[in-house]
Design a binder for this molecule. Structure first.
Ligand code: 16G
Length: 250
């Protein structure tokens, strides 16, 4: 691991296409890359600050700064006296508007989806409220079970105005990638989180016992001009996910 990280760090230093003069940001990127390439697995320990400082010829302050950012992002966790580990549970920071696909890829996992619905229809009263659409408008509906390799992690039901995404078949793996192509990826979102116990059908889809803990998250995603481009209700497995928010006083 130490060697893989040192090689990656040196590669970034030598790569003239990467203009990153700050050593701690370069190191952060190198750690992110080795996690993504699975040179270090979830649960494994990162080399100590002292070893990294010696091998990379960087100050311990730089190493600490690089690591602190990744702990905040949820890629690394620290246990007092035991060191720094690659996070095992999926820690999702609430401060960044990322997609399921991006979150998993950043952890070296391969996201995929199984669709149970991918169609277009007239907006329901509840959807029209959530999306600010007038009755009769058309919406695209996507119902998916979301996996990391073969492990189901979440169930998601997304509704998107057809004026933004005209054809549901344009969504393959990632809704946000499809929206991006139309310049309509959400720029801001409002989320509501609720603790739930998963019903029989949801539990079966997520391979957990009926009544297991889950998190229901509703996200409304907005464009800069205020249009709502997404209304998604997700049920995430409570045994795998941690949602983390950074709070500040005024
Ligand atoms: C996340 C979002 C969901 C969004 C999806 C897009 C939360 C709680 N939910 O799961 O609202 O629709 O990502 O992911 O983060 P995709 O681009 O991989 O389809």
């Amino acid at each position: 691991m130490e060697t893989a990280l040192a090689n990656e760090y040196r590669r970034l230093c030598d790569d003239s296409a990467i203009h990153q003069p700050l050593a701690y940001l370069r190191l952060r990127r190198a750690i992110r890359n080795v996690i993504e390439h699975r040179d270090i697995e979830p649960g494994q320990t990162l080399p100590s600050e002292r070893d990294l400082s010696r091998v990379l010829n960087l100050s311990r302050v730089t190493i600490r700064k690089a690591i602190a950012g990744l702990v905040e992002e949820g890629l690394l966790t620290q246990r007092h006296g035991a060191g720094t580990f690659v996070a095992e549970r999926i820690v999702k920071p609430m401060s960044r508007l990322t997609s399921f696909t991006e979150d998993l890829r950043a952890r070296g996992l391969h996201p995929r989806s199984e669709f149970s619905e991918r169609g277009i229809g007239e907006v329901t009263p509840e959807e029209s409220m959530a999306l600010n659409l007038s009755p009769g408008s058309l919406v695209v509906r996507l119902h998916r079970v979301r996996y990391a390799e073969d492990e189901p992690l979440a169930i998601e039901r997304s509704v998107v105005p057809a004026s933004v995404l005209p054809d549901p078949m344009l969504v393959h793996d990632s809704l946000y990638e499809a929206l991006e192509k139309f310049g309509c990826r959400p720029r801001r979102a409002l989320q509501r989180l609720r603790a739930v116990s998963l019903g029989a059908q949801q539990a079966r889809l997520l391979h957990v016992a009926t009544g297991s803990a889950g998190l229901n998250i509703e996200r409304r995603g907005f464009l800069d001009d205020g249009r709502v481009v997404e209304f998604t209700s997700s049920w995430y497995r409570g045994d795998i996910y941690d949602f983390v928010a950074e709070l500040q006083t005024d």
